[in-house]
Ligand binder design. Structure first.
Ligand SMILES: [Zn+2]
Length: 262
């Protein structure tokens, strides 16, 4: 529905239930905290904030981080797990030098599958967004790693692409050793199963372009919940659509808030 906003001839979305194709949409951005408009259709990785360039998903992450800090107002250490450039900028603005992004290949180091025990019980808040689908099986080790680096009562802000409740969890590859990603002549994921058998898989799915991040699995809402709960997490919230704050996309692939019990 187009409404006259006093902004000249701008047509803006109403806050009704319908998703609209209106090119300009007003909302209060939870990332930059300014009234702003979105560019592009309301989708998870689109509808970019005109001011801070956050996508719908990033605004949900921003909202989750603001909730996390309310739950941990005295947070001293916030750890990012391979956070995106946008996330680093947002978290640094929010937390200053209490926040540090960590990497698998560069300092400060963090292997979420096997974290250095020095990091155990060290983080008040951990952000781990669009990472857990890119880790070699078995997937459960990375959930345990996240759990271990959090202090008791610490909060994890998480996102993965996931399908709906009731859909199947899909693992693309078995657990293998001596694994390799070969790009020539065509991309293949290879390795040896525990019985010593060589396997080679083609038809790979990469996120963010060929050769960047290989997709190892597709979670469903149910499997993601189970992995979290099996690691010991208590799920606090799955951030819902919130049109007033520019968080609007299909009801799957949400941002999650989970807590390590005190
Ligand atoms: Zn913004």
């Amino acid at each position: 529905m187009a409404t006259n906003t006093g902004l000249g001839h701008l047509a803006v979305a109403s806050w009704g239930d319908e998703l609209t194709d209106t090119p300009l949409k007003l909302f209060l951005c939870p990332a930059c905290q300014l009234p702003t408009i979105a560019i592009g259709a309301f989708e998870r990785e689109r509808s970019v904030c005109r001011i801070c360039k956050s996508t719908s998903r990033e605004r949900a992450v921003a909202q989750a981080m603001r909730k996390a800090i309310k739950l941990r107002p005295k947070a001293e250490r916030i750890i990012g797990v391979s956070d995106s450039k946008w996330m680093v900028k947002f978290a640094t603005k929010l937390f200053g030098n209490r926040y540090a992004n960590h990497h698998y290949h560069q300092e400060p180091l963090l292997d979420i599958v096997n974290p250095d025990p020095v990091l155990f019980n060290s983080a008040d808040i951990v952000s781990c967004c669009e990472v857990l689908e890119h880790i070699e099986p078995p997937a459960n080790r990375s959930f345990t790693g996240l759990f271990n680096i959090l202090k008791p009562g610490g909060i994890a802000v998480l996102s993965v692409p996931h399908t709906r409740s009731g859909d199947a969890h899909v693992e693309h590859f078995p657990e293998m050793r001596d694994t390799k990603l070969e790009m020539e002549p065509t991309p293949r994921w290879t390795g040896y199963t525990p019985d010593g058998e060589f396997h080679s898989y083609g038809d790979l799915n990469f996120h963010g372009g060929l050769g960047s991040t290989l997709e190892f699995r597709v979670y469903s809402e149910d499997s993601f919940r189970s992995f979290l709960e099996n690691a010991g997490f208590k799920i606090l919230e799955i951030i819902p659509n919130d049109r007033l704050h520019g968080i609007v996309w299909e009801p799957w692939s949400r941002v999650w808030l989970a807590q390590k019990p005190s």
